[in-house]
Design a protein around this ligand. Structure first.
Ligand code: DC
Length: 220
C-alpha cells in the first residue's frame, strides 16, 4: 500500500490553487479539501441568519448549531450547511464580498481549523488541502507545502474568466480581498516559510500539476 500523504497548497485568489489541488488529488488518488469553500459556507450561514457580517461578536455568538459537510472527492464539488446544498450560492457576489469579514473572526477560524484537521485525520489515503493557512496553521506537518502565486493581472484574468466578469473590476475586488485577508489580526494570510513557492504566472495548469507531482516524487 502506498504511503499516506498530506499536501498543503496555499495561495491567493486566482493563483490556480483549486484547479491544481484537485488535479493533484486525482493524480495521486487522494482526498481533496477546499477550505475557502468552508469559510464561504460560514459566511452564507451568517448572512442567511440576518447577522451583520461587520459585527464579529454577533458572528461568534451565532455559530452554535452550524454544521458544515464538504465533499472530499476531487470530482464532486459540493458543500452542505446542515441539510442545505450551498455549493452554488457561496460563489455569488454577496458571499464573496462578505467572506473576508467572517474569516477574520477568531471563533470562526478556531471552529474551521479543527474541522479541517478532523477531515484530514479521518482520510485513510491522505489529502490535498487548499487554502491560505494550511501549511502554516492547519497542517504544519504536511508532507509537502506549496505556495502558489501569480502576478495580479494573471490572477485577475483567471478569476474574471471563471466568474464572467470584467478584468479591471475583478482585479480591484481581488486586491481588496487580498489586503483584508493579509492584514487581519488572526492568522493573517502570509507566505509560509518552508513552503515551496511556485509562480504560475506563465505556466499552464498541466505544467503546474506536473511540477507538484515531481516535488512529491522527490520527497518520497
Ligand atoms: O479560496 P477562496 O477565495 O474561496 O477563499 C475565500 C475566502 O476565505 C478568502 O477571502 C480568504 C478566506 N480563507 C481563509 O481565510 N483561510 C483559508 N484557509 C481559506 C480561505
Amino acid at each position: 500500500m502506498s504511503k499516506r500523504l498530506v499536501i498543503a497548497i496555499d495561495g491567493p485568489s486566482g493563483s490556480g490553487k483549486s484547479s491544481v489541488a484537485r488535479a493533484v488529488a486525482r493524480a495521486l488518488e487522494l482526498d481533496y479539501l477546499d477550505t475557502g469553500a468552508m469559510y464561504r459556507a460560514v459566511t452564507w450561514f451568517i448572512q442567511d441568519k440576518g447577522v451583520s457580517i461587520t459585527d464579529p461578536q454577533a458572528i461568534a455568538e451565532n455559530l452554535s448549531g452550524l454544521s458544515i459537510t464538504p465533499s472530499i472527492n476531487p470530482d464532486i464539488e459540493r458543500i452542505l450547511v446542515g441539510e442545505t446544498d450551498v455549493t452554488t450560492i457561496i460563489r455569488e457576489q454577496d458571499v464573496t464580498s462578505g467572506v473576508s469579514y467572517v474569516s477574520a473572526v477568531p471563533e470562526v477560524r478556531l471552529l474551521l481549523v479543527q474541522l479541517q484537521r478532523e477531515v484530514v485525520e479521518a482520510s485513510s489515503q491522505g489529502a490535498v488541502v487548499e487554502g491560505r493557512d494550511i501549511g502554516s496553521v492547519v497542517l504544519p506537518d504536511a508532507d509537502l507545502k506549496v505556495f502558489l502565486t501569480a502576478d495580479e493581472l494573471a490572477r485577475a484574468q483567471r478569476r474574471a474568466a471563471q466568474v464572467a466578469e470584467d478584468v479591471e473590476k475583478t482585479k480591484a475586488q481581488l486586491l481588496h480581498r487580498d489586503h483584508a485577508d493579509s492584514t487581519r489580526t488572526v492568522s493573517p494570510f502570509t507566505q509560509n516559510d518552508g513552503a515551496i513557492v511556485v509562480d504560475t504566472t506563465h505556466m499552464e495548469l498541466t505544467e503546474v500539476v506536473e511540477h507538484i507531482l515531481q516535488l512529491v516524487a522527490e520527497q518520497a
